[in-house]
Unconditional design. Structure first.
Length: 74
């Protein structure tokens, strides 16, 4: 889709796994969403959207992960 993706990007006091800046979409890997609640709350308050993914899904079914992310971008 031609989007810039940054890895290990700082946002305030946090370092997120991935961010698509133009979409304000943050991707968190291998942290269950319930454990990342503080980070997600901070990001949501600053108009970021977040999604949590398991590394096993990213590695085993990358096309499904990309399809999921595409739905969040469009």
């Amino acid at each position: 889709m031609g989007l810039q993706v940054r890895r290990l990007a700082p946002i305030g006091p946090y370092i997120v796994d991935f961010i698509i800046p133009s979409q304000r979409l943050v991707i968190i890997i291998d942290v269950p969403c319930d454990q990342a609640a503080a980070v997600m709350s901070y990001l949501t308050a600053r108009d970021y959207r977040t999604t949590c993914l398991a590394s096993r899904d990213v590695l085993s079914t990358p096309s499904a992960v990309l399809a999921r992310l595409t739905l969040q971008i469009v």
